[in-house]
Write a protein that binds this ligand. Structure first.
Ligand code: DGL
Length: 258
């Protein structure tokens, strides 16, 4: 009996997960991907866990209709809200994300770390557990409103937002900044320029891509690295307006180092 080998479903509340998608297609150039941005319901990060779970279930129903062989939650907020429930309910592999605090702590043991993420990510039990394990010197930095600036490609607005939040810190005493939301990875080159060069910036995209490869290999679902993989994108928002933006951001994401 032949097993259906549909695409790998990847989703986020909007365009943020496209930064993750670029890392996934780089790591797995033979795989087929279907990216879904739930823009109509964005942002997730200022909703309740229950509201995000309901949004995620609708997205997953849509992706399952395409026979996806694995699911990547390219969103820290949705992972905290929904990954455990989805893993109980689905038989396919579910790969989630968390703020990359562990690599920041490992690189700078005892260093001061700022964790930028959505308000909901920082409230979730999953994050509090992570803080217990690796966050003795970490400070959560909620960034409500920042994802919207990335969605609008408003670089001037993002620069003003970031200057304001960083001005509250003595940056000479900060050793690492964790980009704990996939949207913020688009701002990485800008943030890099705003911070002293010695500050480490971490995000979870490359780790997620390696984890996806590992899980696909374990489950015998990995396609050869042919370079012939395909990519489709969908959105719950206005496709005509958003798909060109999503494609443009996918190109932009190729240039960001993770
Ligand atoms: N990109 C999402 C994350 O990684 C969240 C953005 C949002 O919808 O608030 O958390």
């Amino acid at each position: 009996m032949s097993r259906p080998l549909g695409p790998i479903g990847v989703f986020d509340s909007g365009v943020g997960g496209i930064s993750t998608l670029a890392a996934l297609t780089r790591e797995l150039p033979g795989e087929n991907f279907l990216y879904y941005g739930d823009t109509r319901n964005a942002p997730y990060g200022t909703k309740t866990t229950g509201e995000v779970l309901a949004c995620v279930r609708r997205v997953v129903d849509r992706l399952m209709a395409e026979d996806i062989k694995a699911l990547v939650i390219a969103c820290n907020t949705a992972t905290g809200a929904a990954a455990a429930a989805l893993r109980r309910e689905l038989t396919l592999p579910v790969i989630g994300m968390e703020p990359a605090l562990k690599p920041a702590e490992e690189a700078w043991q005892g260093g001061h770390i700022l964790v930028m993420a959505t308000p909901l990510t920082l409230r979730q039990e999953k994050f509090l557990d992570l803080m217990d394990r690796f966050g003795a010197h970490a400070v959560p930095l909620p960034c409500p409103g920042l994802m919207e600036l990335v969605e609008k490609e408003d670089d001037a607005g993002a620069r003003a937002y970031l200057s304001e939040i960083f001005s509250a810190w003595d940056l000479d005493r900060v050793d690492a900044v964790v980009l704990g939301c996939t949207h913020y990875v688009f701002l990485k080159p800008m943030i890099r320029r705003m911070l002293p060069a010695r500050i480490l910036l971490t995000d979870g995209n490359a780790g997620t891509a390696r984890q996806l490869r590992r899980v696909l290999r374990e489950r015998n679902l990995l396609l050869p690295d042919s370079g012939q993989g395909t990519l489709r994108m969908e959105t719950s928002g206005d496709a005509e307006a958003l798909l060109p933006v999503m494609r443009r951001l996918y190109q932009r994401a190729q240039l960001i180092e993770t």
